[in-house]
Design a protein around this ligand. Structure first.
Ligand SMILES: Nc1nc2c(ncn2[C@@H]2O[C@H](COP(=O)(O)OP(=O)(O)OP(=O)(O)O)[C@@H](O)[C@H]2O)c(=O)[nH]1
Ligand SMILES: [Mg+2]
Ligand SMILES: [Zn+2]
Length: 220
């Protein structure tokens, strides 16, 4: 008998992801999976997006970290329902963790849940968590070769956000190269150049998310 442990975990994760998706659809909640390296600016970007979108949508946040609840506390302090998944060392969030977390939220009174995934460019991309769409951050100091070196993250995302754009002149970062590399493996990807520091690109990113969430509702 053939035993493929990793394969089975992924298959099983897909089932749970589908169940999470169905439950969220039933409650009309759009889940957005936000991914990127440690320190890429996921929480900083989320704070700015929440400020731009909270008049339009009722927002909740699930923060994923290996330990601690610093990020969830930041979001909670904004008056936004927030919960923390601590993976106790695991390097990605699985759909089961989202499923277990959903009862903590009043889904009838939410339109959008942002999930900040574990800081990691590798395996979070392998695990669907019931999301309607994905946003992958790549910050300028990480280097312009990351799309080529971590292709799955950027092949599977709906948007690529180059954050910390204010630092571009210091890092010799070729943003056109990154955009071309991403389009080669993901022709429909939306590309944003953002600086949370300077406030650049955030209105455009928020407007795109608004359109994506609206189309989630139109799909019924
Ligand atoms: N210069 C600059 N710094 C930024 C920008 N965005 C975020 N930072 C800084 O980058 C650091 C990390 O930001 P976070 O938002 O905590 O990053 P994160 O991706 O949530 O990090 P983890 O949750 O630990 O994986 C903080 O010191 C931010 O102030 C930016 O656009 N420009
Ligand atoms: Mg964070
Ligand atoms: Zn992992």
């Amino acid at each position: 008998m053939e035993i493929k442990v990793m394969h089975q975990i992924l298959d099983w994760n897909e089932d749970v992801s589908d169940a999470v998706k169905a439950k969220l659809r039933e409650h009309k909640v759009c889940l957005i999976n936000v991914m990127g390296s440690p320190g890429a600016g996921k929480t900083s970007t989320l704070v700015e997006l929440i400020n731009r979108l909270r008049e339009k949508f009722r927002i909740g946040v699930i923060e994923g970290d290996i330990a601690g609840q610093i990020d969830a506390e930041k979001i909670h302090a904004m008056g936004i329902p927030a919960a923390q998944i601590d993976t106790d060392g695991a390097c990605h969030i699985e759909a089961m963790s989202i499923q277990n977390m959903l009862p903590e939220f009043d889904l009838e009174n939410l339109d959008v849940i942002f999930v900040e995934n574990i800081g990691n460019l590798v395996c979070p991309a392998e695990f669907n968590i019931g999301e309607s769409f994905r946003v992958a951050l790549l910050s300028i100091p990480e280097g312009d070769d990351k799309v080529v070196k971590y292709p799955l993250m950027f092949a599977e995302t709906d948007a690529l956000v180059m954050n910390k754009y204010d630092l571009i002149e210091y890092f010799g970062f070729d943003d056109k190269r990154v955009e071309n590399d991403a389009r080669e493996i993901n022709p429909d990807v939306e590309v944003f150049r953002v600086s949370v520091r300077d406030g650049v690109g955030l209105d455009e990113l928020a407007a795109w998310i608004e359109r994506k969430v609206d189309s989630f509702y139109k799909e019924g």
